[in-house]
Design a protein around this ligand. Structure first.
Ligand code: GLN
Length: 537
C-alpha cells in the first residue's frame, strides 16, 4: 500500500510547491523508496495544451503524449523517472469524466453533486497511481493557493481521504511564505497563521509547514509558528531562498524534512540518502571553468516559464561541460526590425525555440541566415527546425517564396506542410502529434555521433512537418535528413554538412533532459559553443 503526501500552498502563488515536492521526492528516492509525484490543477481546461504560454508557462509533454503542467518537468528532472497522463489531472478532466458518466446513465435517478460525485472522482484519481502497487509514496501537489474558490473540492477530497486512509498513511504539508518587513527588520508569521486557519476551515490540519523565507527562521519564529498553527516545532521547516533549485533537496535534508515525513508515515528508509551523483552535479554546476553566451530566440521571452525545460536543459548541459551557459534572450520580433547582426554579436551559439503561428517567424529566419553563413553553432527545436528549412530553401535553393503551410496555407513552395493525419482534424485539444516516437539516425551523421546510437526515441508536439518532396533538393545543396521516423518516414532531424554545428530537430529533446541524464543534443551544442568561442579568440 502506498502512503500519501499532500502538498498545498498558502499566502501567495509561485512559492515553488513543485520544487519542494520534487526535493522531498528526491530525498525519499535517495533512501531507496519508490516515489512519484502528481499535480492536481484547479482550472477548467481539460489539459494545459490549449493554454497560451503567457497564461501558464510551457506545456510539458509526457512519454504517453499527455500535455501537462510544467511542474511535471521538475518531477522528471529531479527523479529521472518518467511521468504520464495519470500524474496530471485538472478540474476540467474531473468534470468531463463525471458528466460523461451522468450522460451514460451511471448515476441514473440521482442528483449529481460536487460532494460526493466530484470529490469521489478526485479521490479515485488521487489514489490511482498508489493503487497500482508500484510506489511506496505518492506525493500530490494541489495547484493554486488555499482560499481560492476553485481548490475547495480538492481540499474536501483530501479531508475525506485523510480519514479513510488512516493516521499513518497520509500526511499534509503546507507551503507558505514568511515575509520579511525591512522597515520593522522582522519576519512576519501572520499571513501563515491566516493561511493555516483557512486550511483548518476546510477540515485539514497541516502536519508540516514549509516556510519560504529570505532570512533564516529564528527559534522564536519556529516556536510561534508551531504554537499558532498547531504543528510540532520540528515540523516547521525553513525553505530559504536558494541560488539554484537543485540546492533545495540538500537544504531540505539539512532541515530533516525527509526524516519527519518518514517518521510520521511510519516508513522505513532502505538506506541512508545516496546523493553522490546529485552532489557531483552541484559541484560541477557551481564551479564552471569557463562560460559561453547562447541566444534563445523565441516569442514568449517576457515569461521565463515559457521555455522552462529548455533553460533547465542548458543548466544540465552546462554542468556536464563545466561551463556556465549565459542565456541571452532575444525576441524574434525585434530581429525583424533589422538589428540581426548587432543582436547576434558576442554569441557562441543560437537556439531557435519552438512556437506556433506566424508572429516572429521572419525574425527567426533572418537570424538563421546569419548563423548559417557565419558558422555559429545552431540548434533548432520544432518550429526552430522548420524555420531553418525555410531559410535554406529561400536563400540556398533560391525558392524565394518558400514557407510553411502554418504561415501561408496557399503558398506554392510549402517546404513545411501539415502532416497528412492532421488534415481532417478540426478540434484543438490534444490533437497534435504528441508523445514519444522512434527515430532512426543516419550513419556517420552529426546526430548519430552525438547520440552514439542508430536509433532514438523522443517526444513530440506538432502539427506540421518537413515536406518530403523537397528532401532531394535540400540534400543536394548540403542540408540532409539525418533522423527519420522508421514507420512514417517523417523527418525528425536535419543538419548541414558544411557547418561546424547546425542541427534542427522536429521533437523536443528538452523534455528528456534530467540532472542525472543531461540530453546529449544540449551537451554537444554547449560543447560546440565552447569550441566556437575558443576558435574565435
Ligand atoms: N507550429 C509548429 C507545428 O505545429 C511547431 C510546433 C512546435 O514548435 N512545438 O508543427
Amino acid at each position: 500500500m502506498a502512503k500519501y503526501v499532500f502538498v498545498t500552498g498558502g499566502v501567495t502563488s509561485s512559492l515553488g510547491k513543485g520544487i519542494i515536492s520534487s526535493a522531498l521526492a528526491k530525498l525519499l528516492q535517495s533512501r531507496g523508496l519508490k516515489v512519484t509525484i502528481q499535480k492536481f490543477d484547479p482550472y477548467i481546461n481539460v489539459d494545459p495544451g490549449t493554454l497560451n504560454p503567457y497564461e501558464h508557462g510551457e506545456c510539458f509533454v509526457t512519454e504517453d503524449g499527455a500535455e501537462t503542467d510544467l511542474d511535471l518537468g521538475h518531477y522528471e528532472r529531479f527523479l529521472n523517472t518518467p511521468t504520464s497522463q495519470a500524474n496530471n489531472v485538472t478540474t476540467g478532466r474531473i468534470y468531463q469524466t463525471v458528466i460523461n458518466k451522468e450522460r451514460a446513465g451511471d448515476y441514473l435517478g440521482k442528483t449529481v453533486q460536487v460532494i460526493p460525485h466530484i470529490t469521489d472522482e478526485i479521490k479515485r484519481r488521487m489514489t490511482l497511481l498508489g493503487n497500482a502497487n508500484q510506489y511506496d509514496v505518492v506525493i500530490t501537489e494541489i495547484g493554486g493557493t488555499v482560499g481560492d474558490i476553485e481548490s475547495l473540492p480538492y481540499l474536501e477530497a483530501i479531508r475525506q481521504l485523510t480519514r479513510e486512509l488512516g493516521v499513518h498513511d497520509s500526511l499534509r504539508i503546507h507551503l507558505t511564505l514568511i515575509p520579511y518587513l525591512s522597515a520593522a527588520s522582522e519576519l512576519k508569521t501572520k499571513p501563515t497563521q491566516h493561511s493555516v486557519k483557512e486550511l483548518l476551515q476546510t477540515g485539514i490540519q497541516p502536519d508540516v509547514l514549509v516556510c519560504r523565507t529570505e532570512k533564516p527562521l529564528t527559534k522564536e519564529i519556529r516556536s510561534k509558528l508551531a504554537l499558532f498553527c498547531n504543528v510540532n516545532k520540528n515540523s516547521v521547516i525553513e525553505a530559504i531562498d536558494a541560488e539554484s533549485i537543485y540546492d533545495v533537496p540538500l537544504l531540505m535534508l539539512k532541515e530533516k524534512l525527509d526524516t519527519i515525513v518518514l517518521s510520521k508515515l511510519k516508513l522505513k528508509s532502505k538506506h541512508d540518502p545516496k546523493l553522490d551523483n546529485w552532489k557531483e552535479f552541484l559541484g560541477r554546476l557551481k564551479n564552471p571553468t569557463e562560460q559561453v553566451n547562447i541566444a534563445l530566440i523565441g516569442k514568449y521571452n517576457e515569461l521565463q516559464d515559457a521555455y522552462k525545460s529548455i533553460l533547465e536543459s542548458f543548466v544540465h548541459a552546462g554542468a556536464e561541460n563545466e561551463c556556465k551557459v549565459n542565456i541571452v534572450s532575444i525576441h524574434s520580433e525585434s530581429l525583424e526590425r533589422g538589428e540581426v547582426l548587432s543582436k547576434l554579436k558576442n554569441l557562441h551559439g543560437v537556439l531557435i525555440a519552438p512556437g506556433f503561428g506566424e508572429r516572429g517567424t521572419e525574425g527567426k529566419i533572418e537570424a538563421i541566415k546569419v548563423v548559417r553563413e557565419k558558422g555559429i553553432p545552431f540548434f533548432g527545436i520544432c518550429l526552430g527546425l522548420q524555420m531553418a528549412v525555410i531559410e535554406f530553401a529561400r536563400n540556398v535553393l533560391d525558392l524565394k517564396n518558400a514557407t510553411s503551410e502554418e504561415i501561408k496555407p496557399r503558398a506554392k513552395d510549402k517546404v513545411i506542410h501539415l502532416m497528412p493525419d492532421q488534415i481532417k482534424i478540426k478540434k484543438k485539444g490534444g490533437t497534435m502529434r504528441l508523445g514519444a516516437y522512434d527515430c532512426d539516425l543516419k550513419k556517420g551523421s552529426l546526430a548519430s555521433k552525438i547520440y552514439q546510437s542508430n536509433s532514438v526515441n523522443e517526444r513530440h508536439r506538432h502539427r506540421y512537418e518537413i515536406n518530403n518532396a523537397y528532401l532531394k533538393q535540400l540534400a543536394k545543396a548540403g542540408m540532409i535528413a539525418s533522423g527519420i521516423n522508421p514507420q512514417t518516414k517523417l523527418v525528425e532531424i536535419m543538419e548541414l554538412e558544411e557547418h561546424p554545428f547546425f542541427i534542427g530537430v522536429q521533437f523536443h529533446p528538452e523534455l528528456k533532459s534530467t540532472v542525472e541524464k543531461p540530453h546529449p543534443l544540449f551537451v554537444h551544442f554547449v560543447k560546440a559553443a565552447k569550441s566556437y568561442k575558443h576558435e574565435k579568440a
